[in-house]
Design a protein around this ligand. Structure first.
Ligand code: FES
Length: 152
């Protein structure tokens, strides 16, 4: 039968092991982030658009998407449903310096694409094909009546 001191010693050893495992895990996660997730350049976005305006008629149906000015390279606004809109920057997450790189809405309206390297993204901004290593830069979008407030 273990004494109280032996039990405390055992707990202390387990505690140390857990702390070491935790630190090793953080180190690996940090490396992963550093390798695959490059921070986007800082940008200030704060605009309000009126969805009743004629240029947004495409957004009157679920799955509709339009281009808008703002952000780093322009915005893509996507209507998920009547109450939820998703807004992404057209800034490329792969070859950011390539002059041809700019995210577009595919004609099929099923995904977004950067024709520079053929990376494709869902309308949640997640890469599904091509070399793009990370999600598109997404902004907050809040609907109040017919006004959509986009900011970060
Ligand atoms: S060059 Fe931009 S995602 Fe491919």
């Amino acid at each position: 039968m273990k004494t109280k001191i032996q039990t405390m010693c055992c707990f202390s050893f387990i505690k140390k092991k857990i702390i070491i495992l935790f630190l090793v895990n953080i180190t690996f996660l940090s490396c992963d982030v550093a390798n695959n997730q490059t921070p986007y350049p800082a940008v200030f976005v704060n605009k309000i658009i009126n969805l009743n305006n004629i240029q947004y008629t495409t957004l009157r149906n679920d799955g509709g998407a339009v281009y808008e000015t703002g952000g780093l390279k322009g915005l893509i606004i996507y209507r998920l449903n009547a109450n939820n809109y998703l807004v992404f920057d057209r800034y490329c997450p792969f070859d950011r310096n390539a002059s041809c790189s700019k995210i577009e809405i595919d004609d099929s309206l099923l995904y977004m694409i950067d024709r520079c390297c053929d990376s494709q993204f869902t309308f949640e901004g997640v890469p599904i094909a091509g070399p793009a290593p990370q999600n598109l830069l997404r902004y907050s979008a809040v609907l109040t009546g017919s006004l959509l407030t986009i900011n970060n």
